[in-house]
Design a protein around this ligand. Sequence first.
Ligand SMILES: NC(=O)c1ccc[n+]([C@@H]2O[C@H](COP(=O)([O-])OP(=O)(O)OC[C@H]3O[C@@H](n4cnc5c(N)ncnc54)[C@H](O)[C@@H]3O)[C@@H](O)[C@H]2O)c1
Ligand SMILES: [Fe+2]
Length: 470
Amino acid sequence: MAARAPGSTPSPGRPARPVRSAYQTLRDPPDTDPMRCCHADFALAEGSDRGFTVGMPTFTFGPGVLAEAGDHARDLGMKRVALFTDRRLVSGEYVARVHASLRAAGVGVTVYDAVRIEPDDGSFLDAARFAADGRFDGYVSVGGGSVIDTCKAANLYATHPADFMAYVNAPIGEGRRVPGPIRPHIACPTTSGTGSEVTGIAILALRAINAKTGIISRQLIPTIALVDPDVTRSLPAAAVASTGFDCMSHALESITARAWPRRLNPAKGTSRPVSQGANPFSDLLATRALELVGQFLVRAVADASDTEARSEMMYAAMLAGVAFNAAGCHLPHGLSYAVSGLTKNWQVPGYPDDRSLVPHGMAVVLNNPSVWRHTASAHPQRHRHCAHCLGADVAHVGPGDEGEALAARVIDLMRATGMPNGLAALGFDEAQVDDLATGAEPQYRVIKNAPVDIGRDELRQLFRAALRYW
Ligand SMILES: NC(=O)c1ccc[n+]([C@@H]2O[C@H](COP(=O)([O-])OP(=O)(O)OC[C@H]3O[C@@H](n4cnc5c(N)ncnc54)[C@H](O)[C@@H]3O)[C@@H](O)[C@H]2O)c1
Ligand SMILES: [Fe+2]
């Protein structure tokens, strides 16, 4: 979409009036819209990029669409695929359905189920070796973000071999550009939160620094996403809650990120990064995702037979995935990577019980209220809008109270879904605030996408304020 700087071109037969750029006319909201004064956020500035790019796969959403995997694989010319999944899902009905569909289409299938939940560099490398040895002409993933991300990484390293750190985000890795397309990938998500089926992102825990980082490239965006909400029937309540908060935070961070014309180091054309900051397209999708989360998250967690609520959460996750892929995450995700790396002893029902593990969405939501209280002054209307979309009554929220309104609504949702009461519940206290801040600092890529500048002192302050909420 081409962005034009605002001007005043008279239109034939009508009085001259200021012409808005194409992206601004996408949002021509009524006076009651809390985002009405946000157009200025996207005004072009001297030296700023002139356009933003949104990448996404061809996606199909609907109950039963897993059975279409074979049809798509054949259409993509796949003859021998690697089917990635995890050890819990491998013997279940979703993998069976996709496997049967591929076989019926005449596609050969080799299953890889050694995916690590919350993958690390070791598990990515194992998967990459399997992929390189198999010389597959296509990939299919059936699982949550752990499975889909592992499949993306295996496909990348098998197609364009390199040292592991070459493609890992700078400054932790080299951040080398992926040199070209990778093999086609059909992604079938079985959780409702990460949106990995529509993103060019693969997240891993890097053991050497005990923190999470990622590989990001438009080339990693799956070719086809088959989003079948039927799969959420078997999701444990804790996974619905954690992944639902991941989705919520993707949407909140998209809307409150630094606006795209304000991003640092604006590269253009094919060098434009995957995630460029808040933009009108992400705003639209993230807004709808937040409305769905506000309406359906608590119901979806409470009742596995509530098909409507679980389906709407699946849809919200996909919308928020497209939104944050283009806009980028910021502080809640940046901070979460230190939390998940430093938590010593934590287990959650429905997740592997052989090691300490903080589900990604849980680590993310625990920092949320603290962040919104801090960032609201940069974009009060956007924070107010988010609180409103999530279901808060913002009629009496006065100037200066927008961050508190959003934080309070997120805390309501946390309490209604059994989330821990802040980082203290995971065993952190004041003495570890420094370690947490040190752990978050390498997350420069996401932290610089925040709407306010953040240094070591602010990181300490954010973690301290996230220790306890009620
Ligand atoms: N690539 C991206 O854009 C992106 C975005 C956000 C998060 N992530 C990453 O994704 C990972 C987390 O993924 P996740 O939250 O989807 O969960 P997950 O893949 O880690 O799975 C969590 C647990 O749920 C189980 N499970 C999955 N689907 C199920 C189903 N339908 N029924 C029953 N059990 C099921 C799994 O076996 C596992 O035990 C993290 O590593 C996170 O950093 C990636
Ligand atoms: Fe996330």
